[in-house]
Ligand binder design. Structure first.
Ligand code: SF4
Length: 501
């Protein structure tokens, strides 16, 4: 599932809730379908979960929330669904953090990512807990961790066992029933998770993105390494490399779409990387630049590359594509039935600025093509003469199994059509994708340390690769996927752990 994670502990016994609150508010772009807070105080967990964005809490009722969520340790989560059902009841049931317990052993967990070997895992958990049911991947991870904790009575051993038996992406923070605060990451490090501390050294936190630390005035200390397990004490972080990464594979899509531009990965602001993407596109498509009068950007992930296109080409960046400020949903992460009407309503065009003009329009990606088509139709309606799309993420040709909601070949316009066909289908004069080489170069990460699976077909985890290959072959023989691939019985399920210790 696409999620934002935040967790913190204060060693001066101060309430932690407000830190969790701000950590999640700053990361609401990572998931707006639901949110959850969980705190730990004197061996008791307190939980609040709800649908929708993190609520605006009036300052005069903050005290009430502090009473409702007492304690100096807490974790939270903002979520959008990439596994399980998408109706409101299921979404609230799947809201994190999850709290699991058996025989007096308790455990709370909040995670970002997606598990691929869900069927195998749920069968294994059912053998231990016959009444086990699950609504989201975090139920699976938390129960698997609980089983391992009961078995080994040692958190580090239990986490190691979990890390080696899951296939997928998982960056997790948790609290045990005895008040241990911890975090861990999958062996490929697909999703982000960083650690930081307050300037007075009293509070330590984990956050999906650095903006969660920034908003609390914390200093960023490190990005968790793939396969790393971290605990926190008064002395600070205790980092332990539980398994060596077989291959680092940080999600390249974080740079183009998912993360906030003011977050930092690999020592760079995402904004700087996106600007470089724009400059790259100008160099890659000089003939298209000659055929344009002005630049427009699709708000907001098209704005940063537009600056790069402007700087490199000298063309004017016209802010003629405006967002209705309080229509806040991210179109990509909406449920299907909400998508069309919201996209149409969220962007407004300044007609006189585009009439008779040849446009370059910057955007982060084309997934289904519906968003882009609606925007191009609108631009044409207002008299745009030409529309060239500059897309920073290369053509998406395969599904994501790791937490971005593009999980079937059928929904991906790029899986079935080439660039020219896509341009025709969405009504553009041309569709210009950034090359994979330039994308990689601008991130500053070595190519073999990025996940590029949805654009190259090379998946970092074995079960995902096997599933993708088998379903792709079927799809191109006419098979229609009815749901997300990894949730169907057509998906092959690994019977063995995929990473050796
Ligand atoms: S498959 Fe694509 S979206 Fe998914 S983790 Fe890899 S790069 Fe990111």
């Amino acid at each position: 599932m696409g999620c934002g994670v935040f967790g913190a502990v204060n060693f001066n016994e101060q309430p932690i809730f407000s830190y969790i609150y701000w950590g999640l508010r700053s990361q609401n772009h990572r998931g707006h379908q639901s949110h959850g807070f969980l705190t730990y105080d004197e061996s008791k967990f307190s939980v609040h979960k709800s649908l929708d964005l993190v609520p605006k809490i009036e300052s005069n009722i903050t005290q009430e929330w502090l009473k409702r969520l007492p304690g100096n340790i807490g974790i939270g989560n903002v979520r959008y669904t990439t596994s399980g059902k998408c109706d409101s009841k299921s979404i609230i049931q799947g809201t994190q953090p999850v709290l699991v317990s058996i025989g007096g052993i308790e455990l709370a967990l909040s995670f970002n990512g997606n598990i691929v070997n869900t069927v195998q895992l749920s069968k294994e958990i059912t053998q231990h807990f016959p009444n086990f049911t699950w609504t989201c991947d975090s139920d699976l991870i938390a129960n698997k961790l609980l089983i391992e904790l009961i078995r080994s009575k040692d958190l580090k051993t239990a986490v190691k066992s979990v890390i080696t038996s899951l296939d997928g992406a998982f960056s997790a923070v948790g609290i045990t029933g005895t008040g241990d605060f911890f975090a861990f990451k999958d062996p490929h490090g697909i999703k982000p998770l960083c650690g930081g501390h307050s300037p007075d050294g009293s509070t330590f936190a984990f956050s999906s993105e650095t903006v969660g630390l920034d908003i609390n005035g914390f200093v960023r200390d490190f990005e968790l390494e793939p396969g790393e397990f971290v605990t926190v004490s008064k002395k600070g972080f205790n980092r332990q490399q539980l398994i060596q990464s077989p291959k680092k594979a940080f999600c390249a899509f974080e740079f183009t779409y998912f993360a906030r531009p003011d977050s930092r990965f690999n020592g760079k602001y995402v904004y700087e990387v996106r600007e470089a993407f724009g400059r790259n596109l100008v160099k890659e498509f000089p003939e298209v630049v000659k055929d344009a009068d002005i630049i427009l950007s699709v708000p907001e992930t098209g704005d940063d590359p537009a600056m790069g296109v402007h700087e490199e080409s000298g063309l004017r960046w016209e802010r003629a594509n405006r967002r209705h400020r309080y229509v806040t949903e991210r179109a990509f992460i909406l449920l299907n039935n909400e998508r069309y009407s919201t996209i149409d309503r969220k962007v407004n065009i300044l007609g006189s600025k585009v009439e008779g003009k040849r446009l370059i329009v910057t955007d982060d990606s084309i997934v289904r093509g519906d968003t882009t088509k609606i925007i191009i139709d609108k631009l044409r309606k207002y008299g745009a003469k030409k529309v060239h799309m500059f897309i920073t993420f290369p053509r998406i040709t395969g599904p994501c199994f790791y937490g971005i909601d593009m999980a079937t070949y059928g929904q991906l316009i790029g899986a079935r059509h080439n660039d020219e066909e896509i341009a025709k289908l969405i009504g553009a004069d041309s569709v210009c994708y950034q090359s994979i080489e330039n994308l990689v170069k601008s991130t500053g990460c070595p190519r073999d340390e990025l996940c590029l699976a949805c654009i190259t077909g090379e998946y970092p985890t074995p079960l995902a690769q096997k599933t993708a290959d088998e379903i792709k072959a079927k799809v191109f023989q006419g098979y229609t996927e009815s749901t997300r691939i990894y949730e169907t019985d057509n998906a092959p399920h690994a019977s063995q752990p995929r990473v050796s210790n």
